[in-house]
Design a protein around this ligand. Structure first.
Ligand SMILES: NC(=O)c1ccc[n+]([C@@H]2O[C@H](COP(=O)([O-])OP(=O)(O)OC[C@H]3O[C@@H](n4cnc5c(N)ncnc54)[C@H](OP(=O)(O)O)[C@@H]3O)[C@@H](O)[C@H]2O)c1
Length: 301
């Protein structure tokens, strides 16, 4: 079987990718304790000892606000680590699948962003992720970069779980209504990642599948269909929750402006991404964001 190295394997996306790969590939899943992405030597050692055919780099420094005060560690994990993974992939002839973010954009475009649109990150997180994707592209290795957005799962640190937790103690939640994007469930993104290698979700990955993906190397947007605001997302979370549990008393959700919710990092007002390129190249389409939300809430029970 094809050997696949997955980094960030206890993160939202990494854990779903590793789980979906079970039985379809020889999975080597590494969390921070077993492979520290801030340690360049550890990355090189791991790549050379393991000799994976495919690397799925789901590990990242994702604390958008904290990154403003920890730029060095954010850079090490989001920019330097992908560069080293890419250099090692090139050396070994391996394929690197890497994730990036909608926060590479400044959000001033009116419509959905396409892959060729100019980038202008507003914060450290977006800037370090942009440097990472550029390093991967420049390395010359076979690669697929998937830019995604607003990732959530029934576990981990994310907006959906934060809303549900806050609702336990508050009757009223004020949520930003002037930032648009596409909430993307980690499971839907993980499925889309594996679909790059073929639509049959049961068959083991073959060398031909990997070669086929490698032949379409490049940058792709990969987000759930549709768009909303954080307020719209929060409202839908509570609406769906109540539909499942009729006795559930949702809080009142009040729309507010970004300027009334100051955060250390600025965020784009519009980070809706067009997924047309992904669909055209791979025939992959991530379902509408509400569908992913329903699935994630069902998994919560
Ligand atoms: N989350 C989002 O809203 C979002 C939006 C757009 C793009 N993305 C991108 O999507 C990808 C997957 O993100 P995600 O949502 O799955 O994030 P996540 O749940 O935060 O997972 C990231 C994983 O990376 C690990 N990590 C952090 N520093 C590390 C280090 N030094 N060495 C090894 N592992 C380290 C984290 O471990 P710890 O738990 O120990 O910190 C965590 O398990 C990332 O490339 C991210 O930039 C995410």
């Amino acid at each position: 079987m094809i050997r696949v190295l997955v980094t960030g394997a206890v993160g939202q996306v990494g854990s779903d990718v590793a789980r979906l790969l079970e039985g379809r590939a020889e999975v080597a899943a590494f969390d921070r304790a077993s492979l520290d992405l801030a340690d360049p030597d550890a990355i090189v050692r791991c790549m050379r000892e393991l000799r994976p055919r495919v690397i799925v780099n789901a590990g990242a420094y994702t604390a958008v606000d904290r990154a403003e005060s920890e730029p060095d560690i954010a850079h090490a994990v989001n920019a330097r680590a992908p560069r080293i993974l890419a250099e090692e992939s090139r050396r070994a002839g391996a394929l690197l699948v890497h994730y990036s973010t909608d926060y590479v954009f400044d959000g001033t475009k009116a419509g959905p962003y396409v892959e060729t649109d100019g980038t202008a990150p507003l914060g450290v997180y977006g800037a370090t992720k942009l440097e990472g994707e550029r390093a991967v592209a420049a390395s010359g290795c076979d690669h697929v970069i998937l830019r995604t957005s607003w990732v959530y799962a029934p576990r981990g640190r994310n907006f959906m779980l934060t809303m549900l937790r806050l609702a336990e103690t508050r009757d009223e939640l004020r949520v930003v209504d002037d930032q648009r994007g596409a909430p993307t469930s980690s499971l839907a993104l993980a499925r889309a990642t594996l679909e790059l290698f073929g639509a049959d979700a049961a068959r083991p990955l073959g060398a031909d599948d990997v070669a086929c993906v490698a032949s379409r190397s490049g940058l792709y947007h990969a987000t759930a269909g549709g768009e909303t605001t954080w307020y719209g997302f929060a409202s839908e979370i509570f609406r769906e929750r109540q539909a499942r549990v009729p006795s559930y008393r949702p809080p009142q959700v009040i729309p507010i402006a970004t300027r009334d919710y100051p955060t250390p990092a600025r965020r784009p007002a519009n980070s809706v991404l067009s997924n047309e390129r992904l669909g055209a190249a791979f025939g992959v389409r991530i379902p509408a964001w509400r569908e992913g939300l329903r699935e994630a809430l069902s998994a919560l029970g």
